[in-house]
Structure formats: structure tokens, C-alpha cells
Design a protein around this ligand. Structure first.
Ligand code: CUA
Length: 319
């Protein structure tokens, strides 16, 4: 019993630690849900105490016919009226929060498409859409509206520290607002079981100062700078990588996999699971399915030596 209790405590505390902490209150929407949670918890504690108290009292009290009237009144007020008021009030409060966090407005619109098992991210800007993948950057203090959908199966978009979560459903659009209140790299993840690599479907949600964010987005909108006759791009081209991946500014315009235009500017590789280093990039290409099981990208174990080095150097130059 004791060990069960400590296990439960460890699991509970583990959920409170680090950048995935949904009680971190790093976003406006997370804070409103957190307040609701604490009120529910405190209310539940009060009600539990009252119920146990009443049960103990009833157990000890003697049955007397003249007290029947009193008991009936107690059942009607305590057992019907009070729960209707409390549950009704909580329902209205919850619906108001839901209305607020899904309201269709925001200083910034970001479309996110759930794929198996990564995230297609498109920023809608006045100059047109800017596509990236597996990393979301947000300006501090501004309400960002996410328009969410899925390509294949149901996923769920969640940045615990900022707010959420929201289902991503094929053929349908759902909305979710996030208003970051703290700078930092807050982890995001898929919260709906979606197949083999579900647990490896993650992303970084990086909150930046608004000026830094504007500079980042302007840079992200630019095409890649690829030198004429780049040896690594030649390998990329020969291996047919451009059939699936897009690198804006080159003839690689594949729509299937993540956009690689500014790949190396991201913190992580493989949808939020590996650091963006040359070693991990090389392994990603040759041992793809050891790095992330079940994904659609084929492995290229035959790609070794100078050709692999050139390709990795090229990919790591896409900043
Ligand atoms: Cu996508 Cu779980």
C-alpha cells in the first residue's frame, strides 16, 4: 500500500516538473484552466468532507419518525439543489473558458497540420504563408490563434505550459489560442494515440521577445541560400530527397515530408526528439528507423563516406 502511494506521488510530481508542466502557468490559457482546476480540487475536498460527515452522522443517528420531514428537506437541498447549482456553475465557467480559448481571433494565425508523426506548421503573414515544421515560435504577450487539422489520423496538439490541448481531426478545422506570458522553450506533444511513433511526436514551442520573433519570421520567409554546384545539394538531388521535401529557392518542391528550407535553424531533429547536430543528422539518414520507428522516410544505409558527409554538411548549412 505504502509503495503504491509513493509510486502515485512520484508520478504526480513527475508531471509537475520541467517544461511540460501544465501548472507552470507560462500562458494565459493555461492559467485560466489552472484556476478552474484548483477551484474544482478545493470544492471536491469540501464536498467530500461534508458527505463523509453526513454519512457518519446518519450512521450514528437514531431513526425517529418525527425527524422524517427534516431528513427529506436535507435530501432535497443537499442532494439535489446544491449539486445542480454547483455543477451548473462549473459547467458555465468551463464553457466560458472554452469559448475564450477557441475564439476565432488572434494577432497571429498559425496553421498546424498533424502528420504521422510530425507537425507541418504554416504562419499566415500579410506577405503570404510561411511554411516550416516541428517547431513553433511565438511572440511574448501576443495571442496566437492556431488553426488545427490532421492529414491522416486524429492527433492532439498540446503545449502543456502554455495551454490547450485540442484535437486535430482529418477533414475538419479546430481552433486554439495561446497567449504566452513567459519566455522559454516550452515542450509540445501529441496527446492522442496516433500509431507507432505517437510518443515521439513532439515539438518545441519557443516564446521570444516580439522583435526577435518578427526577425525570425522574416528570415523564415526567405528562400534557402544554396551555392551553385553545392556538392551536398547534388547528393540530395541524386538520392531523390526533393521528391518528398521542399527547400524553397531550389527545385526541391516535394510536399510529403517536412519543409527543410531552414532546417538547421531548428533546435531539434525528428519532430522534437533529437538535438540538431551533424552526428544525429547522419544517423537520421542512414539508421532512420532505429532513430524513429515506423516513419515513412526510407533509410539510406548505403549512403556513406564523402557523399554522406557532403549531404550532412549541406543540410546543417540550411539555417
Ligand atoms: Cu500524433 Cu499521437
Amino acid at each position: 500500500m505504502k509503495s503504491l502511494a509513493s509510486l502515485a506521488l512520484v508520478l504526480f510530481l513527475a508531471g509537475c516538473e520541467g517544461r511540460h508542466n501544465w501548472l507552470a502557468g507560462a500562458g494565459e490559457e493555461a492559467r485560466s484552466v489552472e484556476t478552474l482546476f484548483w477551484v474544482l480540487l478545493a470544492g471536491a475536498a469540501v464536498i467530500w468532507t461534508l458527505v463523509i460527515g453526513a454519512a457518519t452522522y446518519a450512521h450514528r443517528a437514531e431513526a425517529k419518525p418525527e425527524r422524517e420531514q427534516e431528513a427529506r428537506r436535507f435530501i432535497i437541498w443537499g442532494g439535489v439543489a446544491l449539486p445542480v447549482l454547483v455543477v451548473g456553475g462549473l459547467l458555465i465557467w468551463g464553457l466560458l473558458i472554452l469559448r475564450d480559448i477557441t475564439a476565432d481571433d488572434g494577432a497571429l494565425t498559425v496553421r498546424v497540420d498533424g502528420e504521422r508523426w510530425w507537425w507541418r506548421v504554416i504562419y499566415d503573414t500579410p506577405e503570404g504563408p510561411v511554411t516550416t515544421a516541428n517547431e513553433i515560435r511565438l511572440p511574448l504577450g501576443e495571442r496566437a490563434l492556431f488553426r488545427l487539422t490532421a492529414d491522416d489520423v486524429i492527433h492532439s496538439f498540446w503545449v502543456p505550459a502554455l495551454g490547450g490541448k485540442m484535437d486535430m481531426i482529418p477533414g475538419r478545422e479546430t481552433t486554439l489560442a495561446l497567449t504566452p506570458r513567459e519566455l522559454g522553450n516550452w515542450g509540445g506533444l501529441c496527446a492522442e494515440f496516433c500509431g507507432g511513433a505517437h510518443a515521439l511526436m513532439r515539438f518545441d514551442a519557443i516564446v521570444m521577445e516580439p522583435e526577435a520573433f518578427d526577425a525570425w519570421l522574416a528570415h523564415e520567409a526567405q528562400p534557402a541560400q544554396v551555392a551553385e554546384g553545392d556538392a551536398g545539394f547534388a547528393v540530395f538531388d541524386e538520392e531523390g530527397c526533393g521528391a518528398c521535401h521542399t527547400i524553397r529557392g531550389t527545385e526541391a518542391q516535394g510536399p510529403v515530408g517536412p519543409d527543410l528550407t531552414h532546417l538547421a535553424s531548428r533546435d531539434k531533429l525528428g519532430a522534437g526528439i533529437y538535438d540538431m547536430t551533424a552526428d544525429n543528422m547522419a544517423r537520421w539518414i542512414t539508421d532512420t528507423h532505429e532513430m524513429k520507428p515506423d516513419i515513412d522516410m526510407p533509410a539510406y544505409p548505403g549512403l556513406q563516406g564523402e557523399r554522406l558527409d557532403a549531404l550532412v554538411t549541406f543540410l546543417m548549412s540550411l539555417e
